[in-house]
Design a binder for this molecule. Sequence first.
Ligand code: HEC
Ligand code: HEC
Length: 230
Amino acid sequence: MKGRFFLLLSGLLLLSGAWADAPAKMKIVLEFQPDPLNGRKVFDVCARCHMPEAWGNEDGTYPQLAGQHATVLLRQLMEIRTGQRANALMRPFVQERTLGGYQNLVDVVAYISRLPMDPAYIRGPWSEGTPEYDKGRQIYTAHCAACHGPEGEGNAQGAVPRLQGQHYPYTRRQAIAIKRGQRRADLAMQAVVSQLDEHELELALNYVSQLEVPKTDLAPTPNWRNPDFK
Ligand code: HEC
Ligand code: HEC
């Protein structure tokens, strides 16, 4: 099994006097080897809400988890587990007592990240050739692409979500929740969205929703069903 996961627990030390020369940050790095077979078992409980394909839904109440970077899934899971990201519905299911320790988290995200994505993901209302599409491209390129990537591919190492292939109603709802301070998120991301109004966010996310997902990442048809669930 290739690929490893690192869980970073970083903390700030308060320094004074003789300690002033000590490093200001300390990190504990735990290393895990993912086991997708065990991940499949852990995924049973997730599938009750996210369904066996983890494709999300049209109205954006559920995100497309399939094909998302494992590091992003892990970070979101940890934040939902601890309550840093509010999700009252899901939270009880991902506690250490109900779901198990870090190894199970690593295994389940490894499994989900390898699922093929919904080829019929929901796009925003403005297609290529409209002024809204062009405006969205400008906003996305200027304000979002540096972190989320020119094609919305995200960044696995930096745990920046892949926006490509994510349902537009979900990304729209999340970006607006982050802007309004209803979803706590990465501070740099929060700073960027607070400079834009909600319509500008919609236009940027409409643009990224129109981008093509590489065929290799998609399921062959919208009727594809996860063969691990009979
Ligand atoms: C009781 C239903 C329920 C269960 C069980 C559940 N989830 Fe969720 N999950 C949700 C809902 C609803 C959301 C969307 C929350 C929001 O809108 O902020 C979500 C969001 C997420 C996200 C955030 C994705 C993103 O990019 O923003 C991740 C990751 C996730 N779930 C993984 C899991 C995993 C892994 C499991 C199983 C261990 C699981 N969920 C079990 C309901 C559930
Ligand atoms: C400084 C880097 C950075 C920039 C710039 C940035 N983002 Fe993000 N974004 C992130 C990170 C990191 C997250 C994960 C958030 C978290 O902490 O939960 C995120 C999360 C998101 C999410 C939620 C995705 C999900 O799966 O839950 C959306 C939607 C989003 N960003 C849209 C945008 C848009 C639109 C822009 C431009 C206007 C933008 N971002 C600019 C780093 C960035």
